[in-house]
Design a protein around this ligand. Structure first.
Ligand SMILES: C[S@@+](CC[C@H](N)C(=O)[O-])C[C@H]1O[C@@H](n2cnc3c(N)ncnc32)[C@H](O)[C@@H]1O
Length: 149
């Protein structure tokens, strides 16, 4: 069975989102300083890549990582773009629906996250941002993380 068919929200999900939200807020705090310190290193906006997005919102209305990021950064004055990967063909349509309010700033890719390497190569530009991997098993997509760093 593919990993995507096994994922179920667990009792740890709420805590995970709190910790992830704290990490996002930390980056939102330091990015403006980095932008002003290195104005020419890269474009002055944040690229967020979520390799394992999930549906975006759960039955109990708890939000998932894409909305944790989007809701937090939209409260700042930072420019941003999100690339959201979700290979489960049932969850991807929910994700599209759940991030609809951010359509101008977020692209959903209903495909394997390994494709991000091809897309980043096509963009061929330096980028500030973060890559989040949250697979529901212990196998991190090391090659993808390494290639997108
Ligand atoms: C633990 S869940 C993600 C939860 C999400 N980050 C959140 O905060 O709500 C892992 C997700 O990764 C997706 N997934 C697994 N392998 C993938 C792959 N190779 N490419 C894209 N998505 C994948 C699964 O379908 C599943 O929805």
């Amino acid at each position: 069975m593919r990993e995507s068919e096994e994922f179920k929200q667990s009792g740890y999900t709420a805590q995970k989102q709190i910790v992830f939200g704290a990490i996002v807020k930390m980056y939102l705090h330091i990015w403006p300083g980095i932008f002003s310190r290195y104005p020419n290193w890269a474009k002055q906006y944040c690229l967020y890549i979520d390799l394992n997005s999930g549906p975006g919102r759960y039955d109990d209305d708890e939000i998932g990582s894409p909305l944790v990021f989007l809701e937090a950064i939209s409260k700042t004055r930072l420019e941003y773009h999100a690339m959201l990967y979700e290979s489960n063909q049932k969850d991807a349509p929910s994700l599209i629906e759940n991030v609809r309010a951010y359509r101008a700033y977020a692209d959903v890719y209903a495909e394997d996250n390994a494709n991000v390497l091809y897309r980043l190569t096509k963009r061929n530009e330096r980028q500030y941002g973060m890559v989040y991997a949250d697979p529901s098993n212990a196998q991190l997509p090391v090659k993808v993380l390494d290639g997108s760093a």
